[in-house]
Design a binder for this molecule. Sequence first.
Ligand code: UD1
Length: 417
Amino acid sequence: MDIWHIRGGNRLDGICFVQGSKNASLPILAASIISPAQSQLRNVPQLRDIDAALRILRHLGCTAEQRDNDVYINSRGLNKSTIPHDLMLEMRSSVIFMGALIARCGEARLSPPGGCQLGKRPIDLHLSALRQMGCEIEESGGEILCRASSLKGTDIVLPFPSVGATENIMLAATAAAGETVIHGAAREPEIAALQEYMRGLGWAVSGAGTDTVVISGGSPAASVDYRILSDRIVAATFACAAAAAGGSVELRGVEPEQFSTVLHFLKQAGCDIITEKRSVWLRSSGKLRAVGAFETEPYPGFPTDAQPVLMAALLKAVGRTVIKENIFENRFRQVPELCRLGADITVAGNRAEIWGVDSLHGTVLTSTDLRGGAAMIVAGLCADGCTEIYDDGHVKRGYERLDVRLRSLGADIYLDG
Ligand code: UD1
């Protein structure tokens, strides 16, 4: 069990180098097996979920190791198409190995993936698309068995722009005869990153970043060297932390337009924000105004992953903020814990109403999930006294050395565990 100890009240000042993106790294790690090749990936964060993906790669017969923020994979030795239940349960992104294994082996045997408990999180869109491409899929006894003697390129219409389904289709489509066109694709920057990596591996992919992605074969390369983009949700977390605690922080190595929706509301709350090509400078007095209302949407809308941390930043903001969560049915799990700090939040269905309070008081909390845990840390930084957060490893799934990075900005925080 990790225990986060925070004494609130310190300003955050200084420069923060933002880590590489978890959600870009994980599908790219899965993609590294679509053809026999060597991949060198740079700027990969050191996280529990990345370890889990590397363990899956080694289980499949690849060599895969991480040295600092570089990952080296050789997928020539891949000799299995089955992923055991315990490895699947470690994280949600294990499901992206389904499309990759189908592309490489013509089959995949796995179980439904784990990850944060944010609601039902079905994979029906993934399975339906793979079936349309010619994959036979049996679901029995908690196992998913996919077989594809031949895959055909086709037009797939996604009724919702699922990030994971878009990624799975892109990978499986590399083994399809003819062109695969995904209509209604997710437009997240992580999809564009996957396209760029796949192009480096020799595949013809275009359209990522728009709602139509086209995959039309290619000739596999022997090796690829790819640098992972910065993590827009981690950047948003630091921005929310500095906004709430007060201070002056420069986020370096980031792509400001990728979390501009979060910056927009922080500006509205009263922060001074200057964006440059690869950096964001944020100054806050720590006394924020409520922002009225915001709702989560698929990219380029406000990201659901940043909702809990912006909520935490607004707990003391003067006035009322209403948040509508449109992506996950259970993404307010942090609320009862934030209320234990003295926050005034009422949840009704997928809406949360926050009335800013004068002060928060440190207490003992239990983290609920990755971003919920991060929200509790942001709240703890602006609570009076000590906050202790008992965390079953959730935060380390997505944040690299968060305690060290926050301490270097002046926070009084340390991690036991
Ligand atoms: C990815 C991100 C996650 C982020 C989410 C939404 C990674 C590793 N994870 O998750 O951090 O919160 O995008 O931005 O990149 N859905 C279905 N059927 C499906 C697939 C999805 O109903 O087959 C629903 C989900 O239950 C959810 C919504 O669609 O309500 C969004 O899911 P999706 O975009 O697929 O998210 P993930 O890829 O799981």
